[in-house]
Design a protein around this ligand. Structure first.
Ligand SMILES: [Mn+2]
Length: 431
């Protein structure tokens, strides 16, 4: 398929030509540093080359809070323009070749044509996301008090039907997973019977599970609170793994970094889910107080590193089918979403690269010997290493930009688009 990338290739080449000599110098210097520790930089670069993280179709528009949304001149106004912006992110970062669509927000009439259109932009589709957390215009039964766990059978059927439709759309798009997050829960004590609500959820998800193709995954996303502020039906990883275990082998848990209680040890949850073969994937973002949906790595890059440390550890003890789906899920309220997503992809890739640098043999020996300080220092040594020359070299080798945000600004993309894209006031959703 002939790809037509949005930014002119010679612009990227020109950008790289003024920076490649310095990059080579920094890469070689880091290579010598790593070699002294017994690590071949080209081996790390090869792993980084294969690393990919999907981006959400809803993330390229300005998000908002429940108070306001401030539109950005030149932001996408339809799915074609969303894909175009996703292609810019991937063209410059070369780490985000898949887009995770959301329905009904991304509904079109011809999905084969949509897949073709994405392919021409160098993109493919990742997990499809269903939406039963809001009502659509003219909807026969409201999700106001629940969807898959609703007390009303007709409402549950509607929510199930929507998920089945998402699977059909996903098949046409070449996706292999559906992510299910429900806002179901209670805002008041006594509002809901915890057990009966969960039972209804399990019955509904079993109906969706039954429609999954053999090579698909159903990823259950938990969230502690919001929009239900007293109790949610799938509130934490405990309920999530129990539900996934009950549904069957194609059901796994999705970890959104913002969906936990404050200060929860997320990296330990990752280890636990993997141990029981239920680690399905991630929604990367960062948070300070709650489900803030801030840019990945912007608040707590150390946590991101520790999560990847567990993932690299998990690779050493792989369970059958261990292939977690990595995706960004964040809301960009004050930045250009393209810049935020490029920045996040860089942070996520860096966390992965640093985790690869951990001397596993030394770490395991220190753990076995209960040498607390040495174990800790083994992690710190990897975390302190500046891996940016590796990521930049990989980007350039794959045809991307050495400094992708700078290249994006040099291309004048947003200014150009501001002249042709019609402004919108529609709020972009975020889950
Ligand atoms: Mn999420």
């Amino acid at each position: 398929m002939n790809t037509q990338l949005p930014i002119q290739a010679d612009l990227v080449d020109q950008h790289n030509s003024t920076r490649s000599e310095a990059l080579r110098d920094e890469y070689d210097s880091l290579g010598r540093q790593l070699e002294r520790a017994g690590v071949r930089i080209d081996d790390i670069a090869a792993r980084v080359t294969a690393f990919e993280v999907a981006i959400p179709s809803w993330g390229v528009g300005r998000g908002g809070t429940r108070f306001a949304r401030f539109p950005l001149a030149g932001e996408p106004t339809n799915l074609d323009e969303k894909l175009e912006d996703c292609a810019v992110i991937n063209q410059l970062s070369r780490a985000t070749p898949r887009v995770s669509p959301h329905f009904p927000w991304d509904k079109v009439t011809d999905y084969a044509a949509l897949r073709e259109e994405a392919g021409q932009l160098g993109l493919a589709f990742d997990a499809v996301n269903s939406n039963t957390f809001q009502d659509q215009p003219g909807q026969a039964h409201s999700y106001a008090t629940g969807s898959l766990s609703s007390t009303c059978a007709a409402t549950r059927d509607l929510a199930i039907e929507h998920n089945l439709e998402c699977i059909e759309i996903g098949k046409a798009l070449g996706a292999q997973a559906i992510t299910v997050w429900v806002g179901d829960g209670a805002n008041f004590a006594g509002q809901q019977d915890f057990t009966r609500a969960l039972d209804r959820y399990l019955q509904s998800t079993a109906a969706i599970y039954a429609a999954l193709p053999d090579d698909w995954l159903m990823m259950l996303e938990h969230k502690m609170y919001e929009p239900a502020f007293y109790a949610t039906v799938i509130q934490d990883w405990g309920t999530s793994i129990l539900a996934a275990q009950q549904l069957g082998p194609k059901a796994k848990c999705l970890v959104d970094l913002g969906h936990h209680a404050p200060n929860v040890n997320i990296e330990q949850i990752v280890a636990r889910l993997h141990h029981f073969g239920k680690l399905g994937g991630f929604h990367f973002n960062d948070s300070k107080y709650g489900d803030d949906d801030l840019d990945a790595g912007s608040i707590n890059p150390h946590q991101l590193f520790l999560v990847f440390n567990e993932l690299v550890e998990a690779e050493l003890n792989p369970l059958e089918g261990f292939d977690p789906a990595y995706m960004i899920d964040q809301s960009h309220n004050v930045t250009d979403p393209i810049e935020s997503m490029i920045s996040s992809a860089e942070e996520i890739t860096a966390a992965f690269a640093k985790a690869l640098l951990v001397d596993r043999e030394a770490l395991h020996a220190a753990q076995e010997a209960n040498d607390v300080m040495l174990a800790y220092q083994t992690l710190r040594r990897a975390y302190r290493t500046d891996v940016s020359p590796i990521a930049a070299m990989v980007r350039m080798t794959k045809g991307g930009a050495i400094a992708p945000i700078a290249a994006y600004r040099e291309a004048g993309w947003r200014t150009t688009k501001a002249a042709v894209r019609k402004p919108t006031s529609t709020a972009a959703g975020i889950v």
